[in-house]
Design a protein around this ligand. Structure first.
Ligand SMILES: *Cc1c(COP(=O)(O)O)cnc(C)c1O
Length: 358
């Protein structure tokens, strides 16, 4: 019998969240961002579940795009980081991968090739990670014309630095820099919106939005949970209770003996730890659930197990299933307790945890 530690993936919830993104996209088309193994949910099953809904997928790199083809899907796949080597451009052309070019190095690779893919240009509107500065765009367009590549250009992409904070002025500022930079080149498509931008009432969405985290039910907004934004949890992380005991008042639990019982406490051990991707930084009082009842972690998370306080769940017994996050305990709540974001928790679940789909 395999260990029953498992990440259950609700593909219906994923599809509902895609529909929510579409409803909030203001008429834009929605490319589903499935990088990092579908944010830890499994890129093949996730992309397949969205096959009838999503007209395009987006990933970070070419290996991830290949995984979408291996799953038998035919949609164009946008490579958000472009390509890392000249030979990859050929592969893009053959497979309907659409690289987002962000550097003159990538353009010089394009110059040397005859078979060219459709592609996008990344504009640096202020995040200062990747992209051409607005002042460079005329030069870039001139180079594309000189190599007769301008016909392959689909449009322009930019990415927001602070869209998770609705009070930040930076999103509107980046939008205006982007609009101004691209207005000299009409007739091309534009794409700006990550998940968070779907929750800004006045955000222009242009032609294509690019939601990631919201498809998986994680919140893109600081201080809000996914369910508070109308999103459905997609992943339920579950593990069995493998032992229970009474810890007498004054005794400690686990490594470092950091948690000491202030009264006789019924506690249990759960078969999941940081070796499975559960965050080691989740301390005492991080919520979990058993049989629908909320409980809390106590002491340090170990590699293969963690301890919970079962005071709230007196009927719980060995073999019962503990939900680490899912429908009873939100992934965003656990992320807050661990000092991180749901993105890191979902993508951090390791290969030791099987994904089960329904
Ligand atoms: C990851 C990524 C997205 C999706 O971001 P979310 O916050 O998960 O919606 C969109 N665009 C780019 C360029 C990205 O790298």
């Amino acid at each position: 019998m395999p260990r029953s530690t498992v990440a259950r993936i609700d593909l219906d919830a994923l599809r509902k969240n895609y529909q929510t993104a579409l409803n909030r996209a203001g008429g834009a088309q929605v490319m589903a961002v499935v990088k990092a193994d579908g944010y830890g949910h499994g890129i093949g099953p996730v992309a397949s579940a969205l096959d009838s809904l999503a007209p395009k997928f987006a990933v970070a790199c070419i290996e991830e795009a290949a995984a979408i083809r291996e799953a038998g899907l035919a949609q164009p796949v946008v490579l958000l980081q472009g390509v890392h080597a000249e030979a990859d451009i050929d592969e893009c052309a053959r497979n309907r991968f659409e690289p987002v070019f962000h550097s003159f190095q990538q353009l010089s690779w394009l110059e040397r090739l005859e078979a060219r893919p459709a592609f996008w240009l990344k504009v640096n509107s202020g995040m200062n990670r990747l992209g051409f500065h607005p002042d460079e765009l005329a030069k870039v367009m001139g180079r594309l014309q000189a190599m007769s590549a301008e016909k392959g250009l689909l449009g322009f992409v930019t990415h927001f630095a602070c869209a998770d904070d609705p009070d930040s002025a930076m999103t509107a500022q980046q939008t205006s820099v982007f609009e101004k930079a691209t207005s000299a080149f009409p007739g091309l498509m534009k794409s700006v919106a990550n998940s968070a931008a779907h929750f800004h009432p006045d955000q222009p969405m242009f032609d294509w939005s690019r939601p990631g985290i919201m498809l998986y039910g994680g919140s893109p907004m600081v201080g809000k949970t996914g369910p508070e934004l109308g999103l459905e949890p997609v992943m339920s992380l579950e593990a069995p209770l493998i032992s229970t005991r009474m810890v007498p008042a004054g005794e400690s639990v686990g490594y470092g003996a950091g948690w000491v019982a202030d009264r006789d406490t019924r506690m249990g051990m759960v078969a999941i730890g940081y070796g499975d991707g559960y965050p080691r930084h989740a301390g005492t009082n991080t919520p979990a659930a058993i049989n629908g009842q909320r409980i809390r972690l106590i002491g340090r998370v170990s590699m293969d197990m963690l301890a919970v306080d079962l005071t709230n769940a007196p009927d719980s017994k060995e073999g019962d299933t503990v939900e680490l996050w899912g429908r009873t305990v939100g992934v965003d709540e656990v992320a807050t307790c661990a000092g991180t974001i749901s993105y890191e928790l979902m993508t951090g679940i390791t290969g030791r945890v099987p994904r089960q789909y329904r």
